[in-house]
Design a protein around this ligand. Structure first.
Ligand code: NAP
Length: 296
């Protein structure tokens, strides 16, 4: 069997175009452009790249984006003061704190300072708490996990009653995607660095999400024939044949996996592009919440 490719790049482009058309429609109705503020503390080079990509995507979609780059030594009070100002700025509908914060800052307290209806990254403790509770709905869900769920839907995954295995339990990917899968009525097994005999668990999975950050961790014979495999990993491996000296691979051994799986995301071009598309969608939603003046 050769797996169907789940084209995250193409799906994300369609979503971004949809957001753009909605922003144009807002303008024609006299409504303001959605506004996103990003906050980055310190000099993490990867964070800078991600933030730049987010601003570029906003620009292309007609979303106003304003960046705040703070030095690594910025105090907790200063970061939270800025968030307070952004909370009260009517041009700003969404606030994104680029994680990780520099050492010494209390991440939970910073995230808690964001006004709930501006929490477009979905990491506010109340939004995450609602995600974890039955019968409650968060205002926003985190971008990468939401993108994964969107891809599963596009791939035609029958989530209700499905056995889903999630590799990784991080706050950013593994745990929230597990919670979303539970909300979708899958039966979820979460694996992490202390899990014993992971292959025996993944071989039972109808849906397999790999988010561990280890190149080609999941081998072909770990996968149930016909399973839907979502590879979240983005790992650099040395490759002298490439001009830049490396190539990107996922957490799944792609060539082996595609012989067994029913559908699979490539790396790059799978989950990665969805993350930004979902952030844009969330920012548009935040602007709509402000239109309706929903106070939460
Ligand atoms: P992370 O915070 O480092 O978490 C990694 C998770 O994998 C942890 O839960 C860890 O377990 C688990 N793990 C580590 N070694 C393991 C092993 N040998 N066996 C089983 N589990 C193991 O990483 P993350 O932020 O979730 O990111 C995961 C991957 O996704 C990375 O490659 C990252 O670059 C990528 N990513 C991609 C996007 C995107 O937009 N495409 C977004 C975010 C992340 P413990 O909890 O026990 O330590």
């Amino acid at each position: 069997m050769t797996a169907r490719l789940i084209d995250g790049k193409g799906i994300a482009e369609t979503l971004r175009e949809e957001v753009k058309q909605n922003v144009i429609k807002r303008a024609s109705q006299g409504l303001p452009a959605p506004g996103l503020a990003t906050v980055i503390v310190g000099d993490n080079p990867a964070s800078k790249v991600y933030v730049r990509m987010k601003h570029k995507a906003c620009q292309e979609a007609g979303i106003l984006s304003i960046g705040h780059a703070l030095p690594a030594e910025t105090s907790q009070e200063e970061v939270e003061k800025l968030i307070g100002e952004l909370n009260n700025d009517p041009k700003i509908h969404g606030i994104l704190i680029q994680l990780p914060l520099s050492a010494g800052l209390d991440e939970e307290s910073v995230l808690n300072a964001i006004k709930l209806r501006k929490d477009v990254d979905g990491f506010h403790p109340i939004n995450i708490g609602r995600l974890a509770q039955k019968g409650r709905e968060p205002l926003f869900t985190p971008a990468t996990p939401s993108g994964i769920m969107y891809l599963l839907e596009e791939a035609g995954a029958q989530l209700e009653g499905a056995k889903a295995v999630v590799l990784g339990r991080s706050n950013i990917v593994g745990m929230p995607v597990s919670l979303l899968l539970i909300k979708a009525n899958s039966t979820v097994t979460i694996c992490h660095s202390r899990t014993i005999d992971i292959p025996s668990l993944t071989r039972k999975a109808d849906v397999l999400i790999a988010a561990v950050g280890i190149p080609e961790f999941v081998r072909g014979d770990w996968i149930k024939p016909g399973a839907i495999v979502i590879d979240v990993g983005v790992n650099r491996v040395e490759d002298e044949t490439r001009k830049r000296g490396y190539r990107l691979v996922g957490d799944v051994a792609f060539e082996e996996a595609r012989e067994v799986a029913g559908a699979i995301t490539p790396v790059p071009g799978g989950v990665g592009p969805m993350t930004i598309a979902m952030l844009l969608r969330n920012t548009l939603r935040a602007a709509r919440l402000a239109d309706e003046d929903i106070v939460v």
